[in-house]
Design a protein around this ligand. Structure first.
Ligand SMILES: *[C@@H]1O[C@H](CO)[C@@H](O)[C@H](O)[C@H]1NC(C)=O
Ligand SMILES: *[C@@H]1O[C@H](CO)[C@@H](O)[C@H](O)[C@H]1NC(C)=O
Length: 252
């Protein structure tokens, strides 16, 4: 899913019309043909994690969300935290939803969420979708969501849920998978098959295990601190692989 990096501005027009008036030349991009190009840097990032009913499999690609957590952080805040201080200015969203589908026993054990204890939550309905989309909309653009294994899992699942209630992300939402990003940032010995699960990435940096795992917000926190250990290389690598969320294919 890695796209080539680009240093072009966020939006370009494929068929910009040059309009000359007096001495000024205006480039008028016809809105319908605007196409998104990954910007060189982003102004904000959303660290994202989902808990779900289970894995996406070929027999059953319908993977539903049970919990969603998003931390929105501005670029400067992230760079200034120096890998040790939680940025003062963050925007965080955590929601539990009734998945409207049986949760796989292994997923229930790991996430400590089962169908019974989610039965009083709303399903992933229009309100949930609007909350997510509004949360993203008020962050400073251009903005990039970051999730571990996100290209293969979190982004397709979230896209499917949003589309299922007839909604879509705005055009200027980008996304990046932190797994290949950490592969770039953690330059490890060649020829050794290192594991890049978030837990192992984190353990290599901090030499211990996070206290809580497999709760959406705890995993976002783990992702955040793993990223914050090398903030600038991390964000540079994110810019190199980020793609518009529009290019991500739904899984159901
Ligand atoms: C973070 O580190 C940079 C460079 O070492 C320094 O200039 C900056 O003041 C530090 N910021 C904080 C919040 O400690
Ligand atoms: C919810 O379900 C999980 C998995 O069955 C269980 O471990 C947990 O204790 C339950 N939590 C509550 C608050 O009932």
């Amino acid at each position: 899913m890695a796209a080539s990096s680009s240093t072009m501005p966020v939006m370009i027009s494929s068929v910009g019309i040059a309009v000359a008036s007096a001495s000024v030349v205006h480039l008028v991009p016809p809105v319908s043909t605007l196409r998104l190009v990954t910007p060189a840097t982003f102004n904000s990032y959303v660290f994202l994690d989902l808990e779900t009913t289970g894995f996406i499999t070929t027999e059953d690609p319908i993977c539903r969300i049970t919990e969603l957590s998003m931390w929105g952080i501005e670029r400067e805040q992230f760079l200034n935290c120096n890998g040790s201080k939680m940025p003062r200015i963050t925007n965080r969203l955590n929601m539990c939803v009734d998945p409207s589908k049986e949760i796989h026993p292994m997923a229930a054990t790991k996430s400590k969420l089962d169908n019974l204890n989610l039965s009083h939550q709303s399903p992933f309905d229009e309100d949930v979708a609007n909350t997510v989309l509004s949360f993203l909309n008020r962050l400073k653009k251009p903005m990039c969501m970051i999730a571990h294994y996100g290209f293969k899992f979190d982004f397709p699942v979230l896209k499917s849920e949003i589309a299922n209630v007839g909604k879509d992300f705005s055009e200027d939402v980008f996304c990046a998978d932190s797994l290949p990003v950490f592969r770039t940032c953690q330059s490890l010995a060649q020829g050794v098959p290192y594991s890049y699960t978030l837990e192992n990435v984190y353990r290599r940096i901090y030499n211990n295990q996070p206290e809580v795992m497999h709760e959406a917000e705890a995993d976002v926190k783990m992702l955040f601190w793993a990223a914050a250990a090398t903030p600038r290389p991390f964000l540079n690598a994110v810019a190199n692989i980020a793609v518009p969320i529009a290019t991500i294919t739904k899984c159901w």
